[in-house]
Structure formats: C-alpha cells, structure tokens
Design a protein around this ligand. Sequence first.
Ligand SMILES: CC(C)(COP(=O)(O)OP(=O)(O)OC[C@H]1O[C@@H](n2cnc3c(N)ncnc32)[C@H](O)[C@@H]1OP(=O)(O)O)[C@@H](O)C(=O)NCCC(=O)NCCS
Length: 170
Amino acid sequence: MSDARAPFLLRPAQQGDLTQISAIHNEVVRPSNAIFTELAETLEQRRAWFAERTAAGMPVLVACAGGEVLGFASFTQFRPWQGYRESVEQTVHVRAEHRRRGVARALLEALIAEARQRALHAIIAGIDGGNVPSIALHESLGFKQVGLLPEVAEKHGQRLDLLLMQLLLG
Ligand SMILES: CC(C)(COP(=O)(O)OP(=O)(O)OC[C@H]1O[C@@H](n2cnc3c(N)ncnc32)[C@H](O)[C@@H]1OP(=O)(O)O)[C@@H](O)C(=O)NCCC(=O)NCCS
C-alpha cells in the first residue's frame, strides 16, 4: 500500500490493473449509492468490460503510485445510436484512503483532454442525486446540472434519483 501523500502518475490501464480496478469498484458498491447496484462484480466481468472498451478504442486511465491503483476513469459512447457518436458518458472512482488529494480531478482532466483530442462534443456524468463529493467534483471542472430523473433506481430499500451533469466541449 502506498503512502497516501505520495505523488501519483496517470497512464492507460493494463490487464494487470484489472484486479485492483475491480476491487475499487466493489469497494464503492458496498457502502455507497454511487453505483446503482447492490451486486459486487467478478473479475471476469471487469475483464469483459476492459476488452469491450479497448476494442471500441475507448480510454481507460488509472492513477498509480508505487504499483497501487489509486483510482480509474473511463468513457464510452453515451448511447449506442450513431447520432450520439460525439457524446460520451464518463465514470471515475477513487480508493477511499486516497480521496481529496486530486486523483479524480487529474483523471477527469485527462479524460476531458482526450475527449477534446477526439473532437467529441459532450461529456455526460450520471450521478446519484445525493453524491455531494461527485457533484462538487464535476462542478469544479465546469460540468452543469442538466437533468434529474427522480426515483429511477432502488438500492437497499431506498429509491434513488439520477442527476445528469454535462460538459460541452464547444
Ligand atoms: C467523488 C470522488 C471520485 C472524488 O475523488 P477525489 O479524488 O477525492 O476528488 P479530488 O481530490 O480530485 O477533488 C476534486 C474536487 O472535487 C470536490 N470534492 C471531492 N471530494 C469532495 C467531498 N468529499 N466533499 C466536497 N467536495 C469534494 C472538491 O471541489 C475538490 O476540490 P478541492 O479538493 O480543491 O476542494 C471520490 O470521492 C469517489 O471515488 N467516491 C466514491 C465513488 C464515486 O462517487 N464516484 C463518482 C460516481 S459519479
């Protein structure tokens, strides 16, 4: 485990990162509403996700320090129809003990730069309406709140709202 204050670097994810990426995902699933499922994922599911993203040419980035994956981020086309080809939906998660040190900001800034390079037009984030840290993170990067879908999900007996935030790249 790396020092929580040690510098980190960003790089494209590799097969060897998938166990840690999956652990981060499952660490977020259990205690929070940030991901709308109660089910932990398997490593096979994460391998399939990575293979799909890679085959589609989509970025998967990790923030690392000393061999430890501190967080990861990715985007994929927002919806499958051809008309959405310039819109992507992003995801970002950071290990609990490495939060509030700029990892998510660095990952999202890199994803935004990647989206600009690809001449994409819109980045969308689907966020639990009660996820104050994520809303603040996205607002700090220029995302605007553009829609709220009340009570579209349910987790641990609680109905959850999906907040849509968007960054237009101009
Ligand atoms: C949301 C999350 C990704 C933020 O990651 P992070 O690496 O801690 O965020 P950063 O350190 O880069 O913070 C960047 C900015 O986001 C905002 N922010 C982050 N965490 C915050 C918190 N707990 N409360 C308020 N604002 C917060 C702040 O504006 C912060 O800038 P500052 O530190 O200069 O004030 C992280 O808390 C996380 O993984 N949470 C669980 C999973 C999740 O919610 N993922 C997003 C799903 S949409």
